[in-house]
Design a protein around this ligand. Structure first.
Ligand code: GTP
Ligand code: MG
Length: 718
């Protein structure tokens, strides 16, 4: 295969809401570029892009898929991504390695919540974008509404290059206001007839052409001057202005297509080849030092692995972008993460599962590697002394489930596979929770985790079960209380003796040092000798104040008392959950010259603490999350009432171009399977993000339930 130079390359991600037609569009692109001779269909499970069994079973994309084609002497690397928000990882990692994206909009729906979510990622990643208004052949296609939506989302930046003459079932023509021609197709789509704009379209076409000329001129001072002098720009000048506008994200050109009928695809590809930015036209990927790496074939080799997949007969396949330098088979590179050497033994250009072997590749290109030892997603391979790239950052996961192997003997194997799944898909996060005694899997939604389970079962032949994940409760107290405990044991020879007097109280930052207390009508005065503040690994603090006067307990026993208290903090007196935010003042006690030892004081500390804790207004605390729901106005009422049933506190509402944004604080315990419910009450049109906020006391009736459940658990364990 030919070695493509940076100026012959275009790397483009296909993004768009679920079902907007990316995979179908990719299929037509592959057909138009001559990669395939027959177009497959998502429904017939034979597209180039959706080639994994799980994708065919679900008739939707689950993974990002790298495709390539040659069109007008340019190599276009196209990455088809899944639209469902569950699989957003594939979108973000693809955007990280491509210079631009084509956003597909389903013209029967206009801008969807999925479009909005993707748009947020696009703007935070500052990616240039083309817009493909798709499915214009559908009965319910509505270009005007779609355009209104686009204008309200992107304002004047969304600029028409094409508009459909007859959207709907008879769709077969678009007017192109850059070329000032009409493109017309036969029933099979494909190669259009390019004809003069008919008289009845002329006024509209002229008007839109002028808008396009002005938008193009706005991106360059020279073009602006020319425009003022001449009153117009020629096609090349317009292209130049449009290119600059696209790169600056001040212009998002609108194309009109039907992926399914292969209409408008060829022209859009032509535009991608001529105008969309290539790897030398935008700043290169930024390395860990924050430097943009120049796309230079003679520069030092630096490549970044953005995706790993396990494929039949091949094993692990790593997809990478060569950011700088030229690589040939046999070259040794360094894996910055693992420190070891990796030999590039086999390199491919890929189009779904079809691969073409390469012996050389030049900066700016995207390809696949096999037979590497320890390189995974997010790793960089470089020459010596070359800075690697930072890992791609993904949105926080919002769905959790506990997982276990159906066959207990396979737990270890499951652990290994889960770690591997995380390496392949870093948006799956595995937590071995000592606290909850569960393996918790965090992902982006039920479908995301189900597809993981499917792979465990079908590819790795291990059956697993999802369980409700436990909630990491915390325990604390709400008032000061006092307790004494005497540990005394006399058995044969030497005995055990330790007595501890303490006051426990709720801790909060900035509270004054302990002085006097009145508890049960009795006064206590503290003389502070020393304070130990412990930041707890599970959040919050334990503060240990030594107020012991007159050497009632030797300093050598203090660590043992502390240890006893800490043991109880780790297994709270109410439900066995971690305790937090407590101040303990030890102010008195007794020793025995012979029988006192560490174990005695540890036990005395532990029991005194437990007793005081139980009487100090103990409270179970639960994690509260801030959630932000994005929902079309029509479903707002249902989403609200569902949230109210989840003990949510609504914190705010606002409108965002046709959608409502709702912020709320919701206990984690009420968010189990929320993404599934939200999806079903909004017909899949709403989404949300969640972020830990704070621990707050559970309501009284909830506390009673939890206490009962713990009692039962203890009884069963006995
Ligand atoms: N009539 C018509 N149907 C289309 C068109 N494009 C896609 N479809 C249909 O819309 C459905 C979704 O198409 P896909 O290509 O799978 O959409 P996608 O954007 O890849 O979907 P995800 O991968 O789930 O995000 C399929 O049933 C397609 O046949 C089109 O241009 N016209
Ligand atoms: Mg798809």
């Amino acid at each position: 295969m030919k070695v493509y130079q940076p100026n012959e390359l275009k790397n483009v991600t296909l993004i768009g809401s679920a079902g907007s037609g990316k995979t179908t569009l990719a299929e037509s692109i592959m057909f138009e570029a001559g990669v395939i001779s027959r177009r497959g269909e998502v429904e017939s499970k034979n597209t180039v892009s959706d080639y994994f069994p799980i994708e065919q079973e679900q008739e939707r994309s689950v993974f990002s898929t790298v495709l390539h084609c040659e069109f007008n002497n340019k190599k276009i690397n196209l990455i088809d991504t899944p639209g469902l928000d569950d699989f957003v990882g594939g979108v973000i990692s693809s955007l990280a390695v491509t210079e631009s994206a084509i956003m597909t909009i389903n013209s029967t729906k206009g801008v969807e919540v999925g479009t909005q979510i993707l748009n947020r990622h696009m703007s935070s990643m500052n990616k240039p974008m083309l817009i493909a208004v798709n499915q214009l052949d559908q009965d319910k296609a509505n270009f005007e509404k779609t355009l209104d939506d686009l204008k309200s989302l992107y304002r004047g930046k969304a600029v028409i290059i094409q508009y459909p003459v007859n959207a709907g079932t008879g769709f077969n023509a678009v007017v192109d206001v850059l070329k000032m021609k009409m493109y017309q197709w036969g029933a099979e789509g494909g190669k259009p007839q390019i004809v003069d704009i008919p008289a009845d379209q002329k006024d509209q076409a002229d008007e839109l052409h002028n808008i396009l000329v002005e938008s193009a001129a706005e991106n360059d001072e020279n073009l602006m001057e020319l425009f003022f002098e001449e009153g117009s720009l020629n096609e090349d000048q317009m292209r130049e202005g449009i290119r600059k506008g696209i790169i600056a994200r001040s212009l998002f050109p609108i194309f009109c297509v039907s992926g399914k009928k292969n209409m408008g695809i060829n022209r859009m590809l032509e535009f991608v080849g001529n105008v969309a930015p290539g790897p030398t036209e935008v700043p290169g990927m930024v390395n860990i030092k924050g430097e943009a790496v120049v796309c230079d074939p003679s520069g030092k080799i630096a490549l970044f692995v953005f995706k790993t997949s396990v494929e039949e007969h091949l094993g692990e396949v790593l997809y990478f972008k060569l950011v700088s330098g030229t690589i040939k088979e046999g070259v040794d590179l360094i894996n910055s993460k693992r420190g070891g050497k990796e030999r590039i033994s086999q390199m491919f250009a890929v189009a779904g599962k079809n691969r073409v072997k390469l012996s050389e590749m030049v900066a700016g290109d995207i390809g696949a590697l096999v037979k590497l030892k320890e390189t995974r997603t997010n790793h960089s391979l470089t020459e010596k002394d070359v800075e690697p790239f930072p890992i791609v950052k993904f949105p926080a996961p919002k769905y959790r489930a506990a997982i276990k192997a159906e066959n207990e003997a396979e737990e270890e194997k499951l652990g290994e596979l889960l770690n591997r799944m995380h390496e392949e898909d870093p948006t799956i996060i595995i937590e071995y929770s000592k606290e909850l005694k569960q393996i918790i899997v965090h992902g982006n939604g039920e479908f995301h985790l189900n597809s993981m389970k499917w792979r465990l079962s079908n590819i790795f032949k291990i059956e697993t079960e999802f369980l409700n994940p436990k909630i990491p409760y915390r325990e604390t107290i709400t008032k000061a209380y006092q307790a004494d405990y005497k540990h005394k044991k006399q058995s044969g020879g030497s005995g055990q003796f330790g007595e501890v007097h303490m006051i426990v109280e709720p801790f909060h930052e900035g509270m004054p040092a302990p002085s006097t207390y009145k508890i049960n009508g009795k006064d206590y005065t503290m003389n502070v000798r020393g304070t130990d503040e412990h930041t707890l690994p599970w959040g919050g603090k334990l503060v240990f104040v030594n107020c012991i006067v007159g050497g009632a307990i030797d300093a050598r026993f203090h660590p043992a008392i502390m240890k006893g208290i800490m043991e109880k903090m780790e297994e709270g007196p109410l439900t066995g959950s971690y305790a937090r935010d407590i101040r303990v003042c030890i102010y008195d006690g007794k020793m025995h010259a012979v029988d006192s030892n560490e174990i005695s004081f540890k036990l005395a500390g532990r029991y005194a603490f437990s007793e005081a804790f139980k009487k100090a207004g103990p409270k179970i605390m639960e994690p509260i999350y801030n959630i932000e729901v994005l929902v079309p106005a029509e479903y707002m009422g249902d989403v609200m009432s569902d949230l109210q049933g989840r003990r949510a506190m609504i914190a705010g509402m606002s409108s965002e171009s046709g959608y409502e944004k709702l912020s709320a604080k919701v206990p984690l315990a009420e968010l189990n399977k929320y993404s599934t419910t939200l999806s079903s009450i909004s017909s899949g049109s709403a989404t949300y993000t969640m972020e830990f906020d704070e621990y707050a006391p559970v309501p009284a009736e909830e506390q009673t339930k939890l206490l009962k459940a713990y009692e039962k658990e203890l009884e069963e364990a006995e």
